[in-house]
Design a binder for this molecule. Structure first.
Ligand code: BES
Ligand code: MN
Length: 445
């Protein structure tokens, strides 16, 4: 099966999970996946516990074989910055050895490499493991209904470990086995003054919600850029010494990161950590969007009735999402001027995840890691690196907390891919090597 053709058809499904008008794109993506599985005589169905169904599939399960739960997400981020794209975000376009499209990397492209490898093995009747699949449709909106899905399908989901191909590597020569993910707490904060806009001619004696909101926001960090919420750092665990040593050996991580992200400078809140360490080992509080008042062209002389901001915190081990939620809400309540009313609406939450590669408690997983190390070396040229990630994948900590299942995270994205941004792309050779690697991976059992 042609990887390019498979992905090209897949990315035309506009499966933007956050967009209420994308129902049909979501349904198309699900239908496409079910078609793929049925083509291989793999049983597949939709399972729905929230807004967007997930696809659950499984091969005929044979006794005495390892069982791997393959995870991916078919939903993508919006491409609403349409005019900033060089080509149509929902048409796979090839330029300079890369494929461009929303989802080309995160995550359609990456899990397509795995699906193609499985296709290769199954059509040759050479698949030596049992496979189960969860392809989620709510990852980009925080995997809100995943806990319920995991609880309800506990028995059906039993597996030795999960295989998650939704993280980053350094480049196509240096593949990363991800050992940690940050958790997340997201919320929208709304400040309300009067219940309708007022002519600003009445101004001078009135509180302005935009000004109050900006004050509130700027009080959430110290000058150095640390998060200014009491107790926020209390449970931040320091990284292992092997992690820092490994990162020190990779001396140009920060320069490469700058180049790949196309940025000019870093702002480091803690001088002990490089940028590559900061994004992995420290928690954050970021403003993701702000609004209020008149946003049209020209001017409108008003004092707006309200203003709002979207905030998300990235959490690291051993921070706890529920605790951070409470600390943050309390701080924001304290910062709200008495005269205004405040609304805090929490959205995504997930706990951070740390994977103990060396624990050896799960025999099948230990075996999988050995197979992975060998396969990565032979396919990509170098042994894998063991690094944490700055991003989050809700399912991974939920799987651990609810089913006690560990995940093996192997990354095919890179910092060059512009995930979540205009002109998202993926290196073709990365997906092709990925396909070859995953063939070896499954065969290795
Ligand atoms: N593939 C990413 C996660 C990721 C990004 C891992 C970069 C490693 C490096 C995933 O699709 C994602 O974007 N997750 C969201 C989750 C959030 C909406 C709860 C994220 O991290 O923002
Ligand atoms: Mn994403």
């Amino acid at each position: 099966m042609d990887l390019k053709k498979f992905l090209a058809d897949y990315v035309t499904c506009q499966s933007v999970s956050s967009d209420l008008t994308s129902e049909s794109g979501m349904a198309n993506a699900r239908e496409y996946l079910i078609g793929f599985f049925n083509g291989l005589a793999i049983e597949a169905r939709e399972v729905k516990f929230g807004k967007h169904a997930a696809i659950f599939a499984k091969t005929a399960q044979k006794p005495n074989k390892p069982t791997i739960l393959v995870y991916g997400h078919y939903d993508v981020q919006p491409a609403d910055e349409g005019e900033l794209w060089t080509s149509d975000p929902f048409v796979l376009t090839e330029r300079d050895g890369r494929w461009y499209a929303r989802g080309a990397s995160d995550n359609k492209g990456c899990h397509s490499a795995v699906l193609m490898a499985i296709h290769d093995l199954m059509t040759r009747q050479e698949l030596p493991v049992n496979l189960k699949f969860i392809l989620e449709g709510e990852e980009e909106i925080g995997s809100r209904s995943m806990p319920q899905l995991l609880r309800n399908m506990q028995d059906e989901l039993t597996a030795d470990f999960a295989l998650v191909v939704d993280t980053c590597s350094l480049d196509k020569e240096n593949i990363v086995i991800t050992t940690g993910l940050r958790g997340i707490v997201g919320c929208e904060v709304k400040l309300k003054g009067q219940d309708h806009d007022l002519h600003s001619g009445y101004g001078g004696c009135l509180l302005n919600p935009i000004g109050a909101l900006v004050d509130l926001c700027s009080a959430l960090h110290t000058r150095e850029g640390l998060v200014n919420v009491p107790g926020f750092y209390d449970e931040v665990a320091p990284p292992h010494s092997w992690e820092r040593e490994q990162m020190k050996r990779l001396s140009n991580l920060d320069d490469d990161l700058k180049k790949n992200l196309g940025i000019k400078y870093f702002k480091l809140p803690n001088g002990d950590f490089s940028a590559a360490e900061t994004m992995r080992f420290l928690p954050t509080l970021e403003f993701n969007g702000i609004g209020g008042g008149f946003q049209g062209t020209g001017i409108k002389t008003i004092i707006p009735s309200c203003a709002s901001v979207k905030i998300s915190c990235r959490l690291v081990p051993d921070q706890n999402a529920e605790k951070i939620k409470n600390l943050l809400a309390e701080k924001i309540r304290n910062l709200c001027p008495r005269e205004m009313s405040l609304e805090i609406k929490f959205e995504q939450t997930s706990n951070p995840y740390l994977f103990d590669v060396r624990s050896g408690k799960n025999e099948t997983l230990s075996r999988a890691i050995k197979i992975t190390e060998k396969g990565i070396r032979s396919t990509f040229g170098n042994p894998p690196l063991y690094l944490r990630e700055g991003g989050s994948i809700g399912l991974v900590s939920m799987l651990k907390e609810i089913l006690g299942m560990d995940s093996l995270l192997i990354g095919l994205s890179t910092a060059k891919d512009n995930i979540h941004a205009p002109d998202e792309s993926v290196e073709i050779a990365m997906l092709e090597r990925g396909r070859k690697f995953f063939r070896e991976f499954f065969s290795g059992f």
